[in-house]
Write a protein that binds this ligand. Structure first.
Ligand code: ATP
Length: 369
């Protein structure tokens, strides 16, 4: 096991495409770090540079106490798990899992013991003699994991390992990957475009956009304190509502005026975020998480903190009810928000705006209806 340190890492492909720009990441020994971002943001390229599958154009990658820029992939002592599993169809599960060890001429008895141990961890003990074609998608994914585990590498590098599984299996395997990583304590770098996967798996999550790292933080901090609009819109589902307004002082607190409405902000807001003082009477973009709104007819709540509108679309989703509505305001119309709505598959209503004003969405629990 080892720490993985990226210092000023960049990648420019032969055709001039800059895929990664000045990436700095300190991944601690035993940490589970998730690289997340929309398609094309450079996360796979970054992982492949750590793996040795892609040349490093700029900067340095260190694994443990070695700078590995010039170390070939096979000597980096890392194990990759791909979305395609990359299993050998003609080999049994046992031989697939033990393949890397056989190549390294590890004694047969040792291979057997290690494969049995990994199969036990993965619940594959009864399937060791089968061929991959006779396994389900989830079982094949486990075999790919098994192959990584038996190598006892310094780090696991995983590139969207769950994306070929159906939704239910994905959730199940996600929990298993978390458990196995915790039990083995192997430093793990995991690439995904799925923010739920990122938030549930990562000790820390690194959010990338167009080759540039935006923020790296524990999941809760990303959610509570996104550093910019992109992270604010990317993390959270449904996406955070964004509306342009003005911050005013008065009545012992702050008010946000937007959408022809006035929202009183909690009194302590200035204490916890003193920097807000600099934005008084200036245009701001307010972010309100859908799950932080509640139905005033049912909950009452603070008179001063009400938005008045009529729902124009209600989507019942079982555990949640999404209520879409419009308030009459200028829409947020920066390049950043349009892009984040598109990239993040964020609520398209965010980007729409138009004659009916700012579109927002609230997430209520069905019990509150
Ligand atoms: P996805 O989730 O779609 O896999 P990603 O975030 O992993 O995306 P990368 O695959 O790392 O992104 O690609 C980053 C950028 O580099 C993209 O603009 C991509 O088109 C470009 N790119 C990737 N591979 C090459 C290559 N071999 N030559 C030129 N450009 C490339």
């Amino acid at each position: 096991m080892a720490e993985v340190i990226l210092t000023g890492v960049g990648k420019v492909y032969a055709d001039g495409t800059r895929a990664v720009d000045d990436l700095n990441l300190d991944i601690a020994d035993g940490e589970f770090l998730v690289l997340v971002g929309p398609s094309g943001c450079g996360k796979t390229t970054a992982l492949r540079m750590v793996a040795g599958l892609e040349d490093i154009s700029e900067g340095r990658v260190r694994i443990g106490d070695r700078v590995v820029n010039r170390v070939p992939a096979r000597d980096r002592d890392v194990a990759m798990v791909f979305q395609s599993y990359a299993l050998y169809p003609h080999l049994s599960v046992r031989d697939n899992i033990g393949f890397g060890l056989s190549l390294r001429k590890v004694p047969k008895a040792q291979i057997r013991a290690k494969v049995d141990h990994a199969a036990g961890l993965l619940g594959l003990g009864d399937h060791l003699d089968r061929k991959p074609r006779n396994l389900s998608g989830g079982q094949r994914q486990r075999v790919a994991m098994g192959r990584a585990i038996v190598r006892e590498p310094q780090a696991f590098l995983m590139d969207e390992p769950l994306s070929n599984l159906d939704a239910k299996l994905r959730v199940q395997m996600r929990a298993e990957i978390a458990r196995i990583q915790r039990d083995l304590g192997v430093t793990t770098v995991y690439v995904t475009h799925d923010q739920t996967e990122a938030m549930t798996l990562g000790d820390r999550v690194a959010v990338m956009k167009k080759g540039v790292l935006q923020q790296v933080a524990p999941p809760q901090e990303l959610y509570d304190r996104p550093v910019n609009l992109f992270v604010a819109g990317f993390i959270g589902s449904p996406a955070m509502n964004l509306a342009q307004g003005t911050l005013r002082a008065g009545d012992g607190g702050l008010r946000l005026e937007f959408a022809g409405q006035t929202l009183a902000l909690p009194g302590e807001v200035l204490d916890t975020r003193p920097a807000l003082g600099a934005y008084l009477d200036r245009p701001v973009i307010a972010g309100i998480r859908p799950e932080d709104m509640e139905d005033a007819e049912l909950h009452g709540g603070d008179e001063g903190a009400r938005l008045v509108s009529t729902a124009d679309l209600v989507e019942a989703m079982g555990s949640d009810v999404l209520v879409h509505f419009a308030v009459d305001a200028e829409r947020v119309d920066t390049e950043d928000t349009k892009e984040l709505a598109r990239d993040a598959g964020a609520d398209p209503l965010l980007a729409r705006g138009g004659p009916t004003g700012t579109r927002m969405v609230a997430r209520f629990s069905p019990r509150t209806r």
